[in-house]
Write a protein that binds this ligand. Structure first.
Ligand SMILES: [Zn+2]
Length: 123
């Protein structure tokens, strides 16, 4: 069963026929490896790049992509049909109900970077 792999999402191809589902990019080169890592990080799965079952059934549904992630389909726009069907090459899922937004990088406050000035010799 091709079910959306995003954490907390229960959409699947059989029940949600009107929705588009996108395969998680396979890490076939270094660019796609980075992209695949970002997808896996964002969808909140416990899989890693080594354990994720890449394939036709490992999909993410359209709910997790911003409209700007999609390629424009002028034919569909002119015909008035649903244009959201192709993702841009660098599109990453960022829209999730289970968390408000995905920060680009985790913000850490490191106290160890604070160096006391005890060794300064004032003479
Ligand atoms: Zn989903």
């Amino acid at each position: 069963m091709a079910e959306c792999k995003a954490y907390g999402c229960t959409n699947n191809k059989r029940r949600n026929r009107g929705k588009h589902f996108f395969c998680v990019p396979r890490p076939i080169d270094s660019t796609r490896l980075e992209l695949a890592k970002r997808w896996l990080h964002n969808i909140g799965t416990s899989y890693t790049i080594q354990t994720f079952p890449f394939g036709r059934n490992s999909v993410v549904c359209e709910d997790h992509f911003k409209p700007t992630c999609y390629k424009r389909n002028l034919q569909a726009e002119l015909l008035g049909t649903k244009p959201l069907c192709r993702l841009k090459a660098d599109a990453v899922p960022t829209e999730f109900g289970h968390k408000k937004s995905v920060p680009p990088t985790p913000i850490t406050t490191k106290m160890e970077s604070f160096v006391p000035c005890a060794n300064i010799n004032i003479s």
